[in-house]
Design a protein around this ligand. Structure first.
Ligand code: SF4
Length: 148
């Protein structure tokens, strides 16, 4: 079961592009996905204001906590995150935040280093002609990528 978290993906049109890509792909592999209905960009930005340099820790925490709560409600045995697949994320920080949230919410965090599959994932998404994101997600990461 997948879970698509939306508050950190800006602007909204980018969020929709990513969501629609997953919606199309998940059908081809029979993956059920829960999509967040709300889009609380404002609250996400408020949570980061004045600590932009450390924003990813806040973001990881919010995303993993939401995932864990969905897993708890749905009586799932584990929860994990596709962030563990990325070579661009702070892998060890994700692991420790995931484990701490798992303990506090009461669902086991499934840790695995998915990074060995990185190259295969890139190749496969290109082969399938998928939309591929050009930046991490938030407006801050978009600026870092494109502002010169
Ligand atoms: S750069 Fe990525 S992980 Fe960090 S706050 Fe932005 S969306 Fe979240």
């Amino acid at each position: 079961m997948g879970f698509f978290y939306r508050h950190n993906i800006h602007p909204y049109t980018e969020c929709l592009k990513r969501q629609q890509t997953l919606e199309a792909y998940s059908k081809t592999i029979d993956l059920r996905v829960i999509y967040q209905e709300s889009y609380d960009l404002e609250d996400f930005i408020r949570g980061i204001a004045y600590r932009e340099a450390n924003r990813c820790e806040y973001c990881y925490h919010e995303r993993l906590r939401s995932t864990a709560l969905v897993a708890k409600r749905g009586k799932f045995d584990y929860f994990t995150t596709t962030l563990l697949y990325s070579k661009h994320q702070k892998h060890d920080t994700l692991k420790s935040i995931g484990q701490a949230i798992g303990k506090s919410v009461g669902v086991t965090f499934l840790y695995q280093d998915f990074r060995p599959g990185w190259k295969q994932g890139v190749t496969e998404s290109k082969r399938l002609g998928m939309y591929r994101q050009n930046y991490c997600g938030c407006i801050y990461s978009e600026k870092e990528k494109f502002f010169r």
